[in-house]
Each structure stands twice: as structure tokens, then as C-alpha cells.
Ligand binder design. Structure first.
Ligand code: SF4
Length: 328
């Protein structure tokens, strides 16, 4: 039941009445140890806010529970947060802005060890050397500054930094979206290898379903702050139940001409609703190709629609997509 709200002011400046924008609205999910949960959705869906809330990195009002091995991370005080931050680390989206340009690569990677642990200088040096090798950088590059690295190499530094405290969970916030396609594949393969090597659990944020298909064990699809579908990877990609997920998947280009022939593109008309004035019914109703009258009045609840498959749509019955008719 995680929710995150931000105070905002409407047009009218300082004297306008303050109101709240609910970026993440009462969502629940589980990530199994050693696996990857992808959270996907368009800009403004709440996916990044939800993931960064896990690492206690959002400034909004957060409510609900975030349980790591049974312990709620939300009420932790400053000292306990240090312990939690060793276990939950983040790889940020933009390797150009997430590294301090005035620090050498080795100082950047060592920073979490300095602030969160009391390891000796020699222990830290040994860890940093090991991490440079683990992420495919040469130890001689340790003394260089971020601007002396390529984008892919910078993201490797960001990954090494996230690994430095031996975390259990890593939030990967669109870690390849700022990189060239060829470099994306290298970084994704590196992340997969490190996951196996160190037994890591990933929460992987992305708007790119091609990337998600390569990385995840399960997927949660978010729309306007809500999870609208949540399933194991195969189940979601082979049988998307929510009309929004089906439309997202239909937009993924395929290199297979047969598949291209078979799959019809489902267009989503219009824009998402105003997040400060959400409709009382289904938030997707104004854009949904199969919306009914009841969709505008009653908000659908996320319900089980098959083993390990949940969807929030009035028309979803027992693993049957409401779009089955219009896609053929
Ligand atoms: Fe479309 Fe209605 Fe399902 Fe919402 S509840 S996704 S509007 S069919």
C-alpha cells in the first residue's frame, strides 16, 4: 500500500491554494530475492517515484510499508538509514550528471564506503580495485575524472559505486536510456552477470519494453500512479490482459517479419488525464479502445486473472484480454 504525495501549487503563484499530487497511489508488489522486477510505464506514471521511495530518496509524503526481509524501511531514523542504505543502492539514469565531475573515479566509487561504513583505508582500496575489475574497467583508470570516460564507462563507474557496500537490492533507474544502443547491450549484459555473481535483486525502471524483456523475471505496468498489470515476464509478454499493456507491447518493433505481419499496432489516442484532477473511474478510460459506461464511474481493482497475473480492468475475465476481439 505504498503512496507518495507531493505538495504543489496551481497557477496563481504563491497565494494559490496548495494541493497534493499523488504520484504513487496505493500500490503493492513483491520482489523475490535474486530476481528482477521491472516497473514500466510512460513519463509521469509514477514508476521512478515508486522505486526511489524504496531507497528513501523521495521528498514527498510517503505512506504504507516498504519491507526488506520483514523490516519496514519507512520509519527508520538517521542511524538506521545508514544500515539500510548499505543494503539498498541505486544506479541512476544519467551517467553524465550522476557523477561528481570534480572527483576522481576511485573517489566516486569509494564514497558510499566512506559515508556508510567504518572500513579501513586499505580495505576500501582493495574493494575499489576489485570493483573496477568486476565492472570491466582497468585499475589504471581509477585516477581519471568522469569527463575522461565514455558514457558506457561512466555508467560502469555508477554501477561500481552502487556495488561498493555489497547491497542486496539495487534500484536501476533507467540505467541504459541515456546510452547508445550498442553500449546499452553491454551494460545490460554486465548487469545480468553481476546479478548472478553477487546474488543481487534488481528493481528495474524502464519505459523500453525491449530492454525489460531482456532483463526481468516479472513486470509491473504503471499508469497514472497505479499498477494496472503485474505478472511474470512470459505471462505478460505472451498474454497482456490490460488494454494499456497490450497497446504498449504492440508498439515494440520486431525484427521478425512474420511477427510484424501478425501483430496489429494498437494506438492510444489523446493524453493522460490531469494528475491533479483524476477521474473517479478507470484512469485509462478516456484513451481506452474498449471502454464501457461503467469504466467512467467505477475504478477497477487489481485482481488475480491467472496464476501470478493481476490486472486492473473491468473487462478482464480469467486470463482473457478484452482486446482479443479487436486485435485479430
Ligand atoms: Fe479500459 Fe474499462 Fe478496462 Fe479501464 S476498466 S482499461 S476503461 S476496459
Amino acid at each position: 500500500n505504498l503512496s507518495v504525495r507531493f505538495g504543489v501549487r496551481r497557477k496563481g503563484g504563491f497565494f494559490a491554494k496548495p494541493t497534493y499530487l499523488t504520484a504513487v497511489d496505493d500500490i503493492s508488489f513483491t520482489v523475490r530475492k535474486g530476481e528482477t522486477l521491472a516497473i514500466v510505464g510512460e513519463s509521469g506514471s509514477g514508476k521512478t517515484t515508486a522505486a526511489l521511495a524504496i531507497a528513501r530518496l523521495v521528498s514527498g509524503l510517503t505512506s504504507g510499508k516498504i519491507l526488506l526481509e520483514g523490516r519496514d524501511l519507512l520509519p527508520l531514523d538517521r542511524e538506521d538509514l545508514k544500515d539500510m542504505r548499505q543494503k539498498v543502492q541505486v544506479i541512476f539514469q544519467d551517467p553524465y550528471s550522476s557523477l561528481n565531475p570534480r572527483k576522481r573515479a576511485e573517489d566516486i566509487v569509494r564514497e558510499p564506503l566512506d559515508s556508510l561504513t567504518d572500513k579501513s583505508i586499505s580495505e576500501k582500496r582493495e574493494i575499489v580495485d576489485g570493483l573496477f575489475k568486476a565492472v570491466g574497467l582497468h585499475p589504471e583508470q581509477k585516477r581519471l575524472f568522469p569527463h575522461q570516460f565514455s558514457g558506457g564507462q561512466r555508467q560502469r563507474i555508477g554501477i561500481a559505486r552502487a556495488l561498493s557496500t555489497q547491497p542486496e537490492v539495487i534500484i536501476c533507474d533507467e540505467p541504459v536510456s541515456a546510452l547508445d544502443v550498442a553500449v546499452q547491450a553491454q551494460i545490460l549484459n554486465l548487469l545480468r552477470r553481476l546479478q548472478t555473481e553477487f546474488g543481487l535483486t534488481y528493481v528495474f525502471i524502464s519505459h523500453d519494453l525491449g530492454v525489460v524483456q531482456h532483463m526481468c523475471d516479472s513486470v509491473a505496468v504503471m499508469y497514472m500512479g497505479k499498477i494496472v498489470e503485474h505478472a511474470d515476464r512470459l505471462s505478460l509478454f505472451n498474454n497482456p490482459l490490460h488494454p494499456y499493456t497490450a497497446a504498449l507491447l504492440s508498439a515494440v518493433p520486431s525484427v521478425d517479419p512474420m511477427l510484424r505481419e501478425q501483430s496489429r499496432r494498437i494506438l492510444i489516442p489523446g493524453d493522460p488525464p490531469d494528475p491533479l484532477d483524476l477521474p473517479k473511474g478507470c484512469r485509462f478510460a478516456s484513451r481506452c479502445p474498449v471502454a464501457e459506461a461503467r469504466c467512467r464511474d467505477v475504478a477497477p481493482r487489481l485482481k488475480l486473472a491467472g496464476s501470478n497475473h493481476r490486472a486492473a480492468c473491468h473487462l478482464v475475465e480469467d486470463e482473457t484480454s478484452p482486446l482479443a476481439g479487436i486485435r485479430s
